[in-house]
Design a protein around this ligand. Structure first.
Ligand code: SF4
Length: 795
């Protein structure tokens, strides 16, 4: 492949070309172009970095920043990242400190996300003209990422193999025509990625509902839907119940199914502070991840040459989806000890006055056998009791978790088991104690708060209708899984994505690819090219938007947007760099443009007037969404403001005003001989679906991503050997799916388990295998077998 694909310059509007790398010659086309291309030489195993961050993180930050932005722009931009007068990190949703901030208040991965957005490379219409889509799909995801910022609206016309430029007015008019031509508004679906600001998301939800549908899927459907569902049912509140400073007060922290060193790296700073205060940190995860072994804080120069702080004191390497069994074991040990000590373990007073369902819960635990717990968790009874002892002696315990908990058929049950665990000793609503689902994308929580959900409450919809003088549809809309199924069936004809890489983020890649191609029109609001732009509907639009790092100038002057972090702090974000192109629009302006062109006389909303000054949007949010009183004033306070959080104050918003104990069975996978349970995971050089490079230094992987991590005993048992190329065969009901060409890497992972990176392994995630109640795809418990690769290197 000869790809000359971007402009690289410090002057935002000029062109330069990207030279192909040697690796280009080794690539071959992925299955139908929907999946990343196969690798021929593949990954190398090298030294694993077992201490997180430190000098290497500083080197990587500087290297990536200077390569993408140049030295001056790197310094100028990063000094405003996560500052009170700067812009919010577009990567994960980890909060900023409430008080003083460090001059470098970011991590390596946040810096990479910023460099990726603030890159000086440009993907101009000329580059699109040189490369047909059939050629672009042969690029890896990392190569697409490196092509730079899209500078103009582009259209793929019906039957064409190329994108060509289109004016904003024509693009908006086309969307309006296609939407109005639908037989029903419910033939459209409006997806949101977690990068969208509160202002953009609120307008987007308003538009969808004025158009006539609640089809508002979002990326939360795929990451923490099980958390929201599980928490809402049991404590009446779907978010974290702690604040950042609780970490410093905790004396025990249990981290379930989460890899903070890669996915939320600044969390390590809080964990380090806690560890130094004597807090005992327990990691529950199939893999031992470097960030929880040792950490050298790059913000502290004196630490850089030290051995680093020891983080977790105990690693429980559960089997994939063994968490629920383990939690039952922890709680059973606590109950047994409580019986032995005549009630000195459990918070009996709290249980009696603030919870319900304890008796049934306790009966279930008493009847659960230790054999089943040990068998399904993969953890010995002695280790479980050791961990339980930490919980039993903790006065202030925090439980955090991420997608290792939520992305299972029993994801909601997993979350509710963590709630049970916390309730036993009343570890909610006290200083240094509580629950914390850690969100993966910067404003995924805020988007939901302001109205992005297919199931918003009747109260919200009524308030929205009253504010804008219309009758919103009350019927629930479609989530992500149902949207994909609708597209596949042909009942969703127009798909609009406000940000994100839908094809890479979603399950069942080939099925989703077919689904997208059955649409009449697909629209992506984006900053950079990704695979979702290459597998499209009959017609496709790319609408390029401003990034977080960029100055947003509207008719009334420079604007800022606002976002909500994982602990419910709403704060402003103001870009500092000139836009990547004079043709970009802000996300609120794009939404308003689509609404204005689509709704015509069917709306009394002054869409274009709203985006002249975002204060007007925030005034409406204040009237519709509880907790936003004096939004415009409070969001201007340095650091923003906390949204109301009743469980933080020890109050539960359930109907009974009590927290609920719940009963859950240990999940059974019924693996047959030769079958393994595969979890997907991300590499260290990856943020969600954005791939910065093909390295993962914490796991010792370099120059490739198609690897499968297996226990050495399983490698022997299955007759495999290190570096062998294999195919992964997914089994779900009577269906099989194949992910081709993964290199075998023996690794410390429990027997019977396997791990591979997403999105490469997403092809194995069945669309219909989703969590009970939350419908979140079960991307972390995939039944597979392994076969020799059927495609050779020459393919
Ligand atoms: S921890 Fe998350 S929010 Fe903070 S700088 Fe890193 S990636 Fe960005």
């Amino acid at each position: 492949m000869h790809l000359h694909d971007h402009d690289e310059t410090n002057a935002p509007h000029q062109e330069k070309e990207h030279r192909p790398t040697e690796r280009d010659a080794h690539l071959s086309q992925g299955v139908e172009g929907a999946q990343p291309p196969l690798e021929t030489t593949g990954a190398h195993e090298g030294r694993r970095h077992k201490v997180a961050a430190g000098i290497y993180a500083i080197y990587e930050t500087a290297h990536y920043g200077i390569r993408e932005m140049g030295a001056g722009r790197t310094v100028h931009t990063l000094l405003k990242l996560n500052q009170k007068d700067g812009f919010d990190c577009p990567s994960c949703a980890w909060p900023d400190p409430d008080g003083e901030r460090h001059i470098a208040e970011f991590c390596e991965n946040g810096a990479k996300a910023v460099a990726s957005e603030a890159t000086t490379k440009r993907l101009t219409p000329e580059v699109f003209a040189r490369h047909p889509i059939s050629e672009l799909i042969r690029c890896t995801d990392a190569q697409l990422e490196l092509m730079g910022r899209i500078t103009q609206p582009m259209i793929r016309r019906d039957g064409s193999d190329r994108y060509e430029p289109i004016s904003w007015d024509e693009a908006f008019a086309l969307i309006g025509r296609e939407l109005r031509a639908l037989k029903s508004p419910c033939e459209a679906s409006f997806y949101t990625s977690g990068r969208a600001s509160n202002e953009a998301a609120f307008l987007y939800g308003l538009f969808a509902r004025q158009f006539g549908t609640n089809n508002l899927p979002d990326c939360s459907n795929m990451c923490h839907e099980s958390s929201g569902t599980g928490l809402s049912e049991t404590i009446g509140f779907g978010k974290a119940t702690i604040r950042m400073d609780d970490f410093a007060s905790a004396d025990a922290i249990f981290i379930f199914g989460q890899n903070p060193g890669t996915c939320h790296p600044r969390m390590l700073t809080e964990l380090q502070r806690a560890a130094r205060n004597g807090c005992r940190i327990v990691s529950v995860n199939p893999l031992i991840e470097s960030g929880l072994r040792r950490f050298r804080n790059p913000q502290k120069p004196l630490e850089l040459l030290s051995p680093g702080t020891e983080m977790a004191c105990l690693f429980l390497t559960v089997r994939v989806n063994g968490d629920l069994a383990l939690l039952k074991g922890l709680m059973k040990a606590m109950l047994e000890e409580d019986d032995r000590t005549a009630g000195r373990v459990l918070a009996r007073d709290f249980i009696e006055h603030h919870t319900e369902g304890f008796d049934a819960f306790a009966r279930d635990l008493h009847s659960e056998s230790w054999e089943a717990i040990v068998e399904h968790s993969g953890i010995s009874r002695e280790q479980i009791v050791e961990a339980a002892r930490i919980a039993m002696t903790s006065e202030r315990m925090i439980c955090t978790w991420a997608m290792g908990i939520t992305q299972h058929k029993n994801g909601v049950a997993n979350v509710q088991s963590i709630v049970n665990f916390a309730l036993l000793r009343g570890q909610i609503g006290r200083k240094g104690a509580g629950l914390c689902p850690v969100r993966g994308h910067s404003n995924v929580q805020g988007d939901r708060t302001v109205g992005i959900w297919e199931q918003m409450s009747p109260e919200y919809l009524k308030a929205l209708g009253a504010e804008f003088h219309f009758s919103p549809p009350m019927k629930h809309g479609l989530d992500t899984v149902c949207t994909i199924e609708g597209m596949h069936r042909g009942t969703i004809r127009v798909f609009v994505a406000l940000g994100g890489n839908f094809l890479a983020a979603t399950p069942d890649t080939n099925y989703t690819s077919e689904a997208l191609q059955r649409c009449a029109l697909t629209v992506q609001v984006s900053t950079k090219l990704n695979r979702a732009h290459l597998i499209t509907g009959r017609q496709a639009l790319i609408l390029p938007c401003l990034g977080r790092t960029e100055i947003d100038m509207q008719a009334s002057g420079e604007q800022f947007v606002s976002v909500e972090d994982t602990m419910g702090v709403v704060h402003m974000s103001r870009g500092v760099n000139p836009p990547a192109s004079e043709h970009l629009k802000s996300e609120p302006a794009i939404v308003a443009g689509i609404a204005h062109a689509t709704l015509n006389g069917r709306t009394t909303v002054d869409w274009l007037g709203l985006v002249e000054n975002y204060d007007r949007i925030r005034e409406h949010i204040e009237h519709v969404v509880p907790g936003f009183t004096q939004y415009n004033a409070r969001v201007r306070q340095p650091g923003g403001f906390y949204l109301p959080n009743e469980p933080y104050q020890g109050k539960f918003k359930t109907a009974s005003r009590r927290a609920k104990f719940t009963v859950h069975a240990i999940p059974e996978h019924g693996l047959r001989d030769g079958q393994l349970l595969l979890t997907t995971l991300r590499s260290h050089d990856q943020f969600n679906t954005t791939i910065y490079s093909e390295n993962d230094r914490y796991r010792g992987i370099a120059h490739g991503r198609r690897v499968v991590f297996l226990n050495p005993d399983d490698v022997d048992r299955l007759g495999l050997h290190r570096d062998e190329w294999v195919d992964l065969i997914g089994h779900f009901e009577a269906e099989t799916r194949r992910a081709e060409r993964f290199k075998v890497v023996p690794y410390e992972i429990p027997r019977g388990c396997a791990a591979a990176y997403y999105p490469e392994a997403n092809v194995l995630v069945p669309i219909r295998n989703a969590a009970d109640k939350s419908n979140q795809p079960a991307s972390k418990s995939i039944v597979i077998t392994i076969e020799p690769a059927r495609t050779d290197a020459a393919h």
